[in-house]
Design a protein around this ligand. Structure first.
Ligand code: NAD
Length: 238
């Protein structure tokens, strides 16, 4: 099936990619739900969902930052074959957008220009009081709760925590790209997190390609399914 799909990709110039944490596991960033994912770690008193929630951030801010810095930030991670293949597809003018649930910035590091970050980015941080912008390094170098140098407000990452709303303009643009796409490639995501997973419903083209090591709730809708490493599959395809 990889050869059939390859021919369709060669003919198509309106492809969209929708991905998640599994895209970055080959860069040694653990995902959430694999057997060695963050949700299987047992050395914290609360569930990762709770420790990454708005409620936890507000009530246990210092513990939030400790958990966040130790489990979601991999500052030395580099793009892998999947990020590089997608960036190549964009350079050929075939890939219109990468829509990602990831917050690691690796698609941009691989050279992809049109990246829609549904859940924000570890690389953008801002003072909750005066909006001053801060780098990832500032967060990593801060002891305890990061504080604004200008006004003393809390500096938080521009990432979407559980219980928080997604940026509606990014969501609307994602819907537009997916509605207009001729081929949709979905990969490295368990499709458990909404509204990201629900975006697939807007796809009207053919084929829907799913690349994921484990089964997902959307498998029955896919035209092609690859249960292999996404870096391997994408570099063979592109
Ligand atoms: P998830 O952990 O729920 O699912 C990841 C899926 O990817 C799993 O089904 C797994 O089988 C598959 N997978 C793992 N490695 C793979 C590989 N090499 N090739 C093919 N498939 C592979 O992740 P999700 O669906 O993205 O949702 C969880 C949330 O996790 C998202 O909101 C995201 O923001 C956040 N997250 C992001 C990062 C990151 O930025 N790199 C890392 C961890 C979690």
């Amino acid at each position: 099936s990889i050869d059939i799909l390859k021919k369709q990709i060669e003919k198509c110039n309106n492809i969209v990619f929708l991905g998640g944490a599994g895209v970055s596991t080959e860069s040694n960033i653990p995902d959430f739900r694999s057997s060695d994912g963050l949700y299987k770690k047992k050395n914290y008193p609360y569930s990762p969902e709770y420790m990454l929630s708005h409620t936890f951030f507000v009530n246990h801010t210092e513990e939030f930052f400790e958990f966040y810095k130790n489990n979601l930030v991999y500052k030395d991670a580099k793009p892998n074959k999947a990020h590089i293949a997608l960036s190549g597809l964009e350079k050929m003018g075939k890939l219109k957008a990468v829509i990602t649930q990831n917050i690691d910035g690796l698609h941009q590091m691989a050279g992809t220009k049109n990246v829609l970050e549904l859940h924000g980015s570890i690389h953008r941080n801002y003072c909750m009081n005066c909006n001053k912008y801060y780098s990832l390094e500032f967060i990593l170098e801060s002891q305890g709760i990061p504080r604004c140098e200008r006004c003393g407000g809390i500096v938080r990452p521009d990432v979407v925590l559980y219980e928080e709303m997604l940026d509606t303009s990014i969501l609307e643009r994602s819907i537009q790209y997916i509605s207009n796409a001729k081929i949709l490639i979905v990969g490295g995501t368990s499709l458990n997190v909404y509204p990201a997973a629900g975006l697939i419903s807007y796809f009207r083209g053919y084929p829907l390609v799913l690349i994921n090591k484990e089964k997902t709730a959307f498998d029955n809708r896919a035209d092609f399914i690859f249960r292999e490493k996404i870096g391997e599959v994408l570099s063979k395809l592109i």
